[in-house]
Design a protein around this ligand. Structure first.
Ligand SMILES: [Zn+2]
Length: 177
């Protein structure tokens, strides 16, 4: 399974410690406990949104949605990253949405397989796929990270054409910032 290195700003990585801030989730009960102990305030529909990563061993780690993915992961490479939405009702946990929206790691849409595998191993029902499903590309002209919109492969900063193939985990991406 592919691993994604952190490719966001170095200053953010420098602020976080090497021990993962994310809470390991192996069951629905772990989600309920995390929500209670971290003082999450569910919305009127019972929903709680969290930052998540899937670590190199396939374990789901979640943290408060205002956390950086690199902090959640303890600066380590991940199999996927994004936001996860839970609907909580007593001890019932439903996963209503998962996105791969992480500009720190830029995971590909097909990292969904890692999410599905991890959730299934924790007896949590995965939704049908990423929503939103982000396609990340690095602009080779100006080095901006882009989320491709409506299938238009054009840099939102400088207008250059974006690569049709995934290119965010290159040496160049690692050294920008
Ligand atoms: Zn550009």
């Amino acid at each position: 399974m592919r691993l994604y290195r952190y490719i966001g700003p170095q200053q953010i990585a420098d602020r976080v410690t090497a021990s993962p801030a994310g809470c390991p989730i192996r069951s629905a009960a772990d989600v309920v406990r995390w929500a209670r102990e971290s003082g999450q305030q569910p919305g009127p529909d019972g929903s709680v949104i969290a930052t998540f990563v899937i670590d190199a061993t396939g374990l789901l780690l979640i943290a408060d949605r205002h956390s950086e993915h690199v902090a959640c992961a303890g600066r380590l490479p991940v199999r996927s990253a994004g936001e996860i939405t839970f609907a909580l009702s007593g001890n019932e946990v439903e996963i209503t949405a998962v996105s791969n929206q992480s500009t720190g790691y830029c995971p590909e849409p097909d990292s969904w397989a890692a999410v599905m595998e991890s959730l299934t191993a924790s007896s949590l029902e995965p939704p049908s796929g990423f929503s939103p499903r982000c396609v990340f590309r690095l602009c080779v002209r100006c080095a901006a990270k882009n989320i491709v919109k409506d299938g238009v492969f054009e840099c939102g900063v400088c207008g250059a054409e974006l690569s049709v193939t995934y290119n965010c985990q290159t040496a160049r991406a690692e050294s920008d910032d």
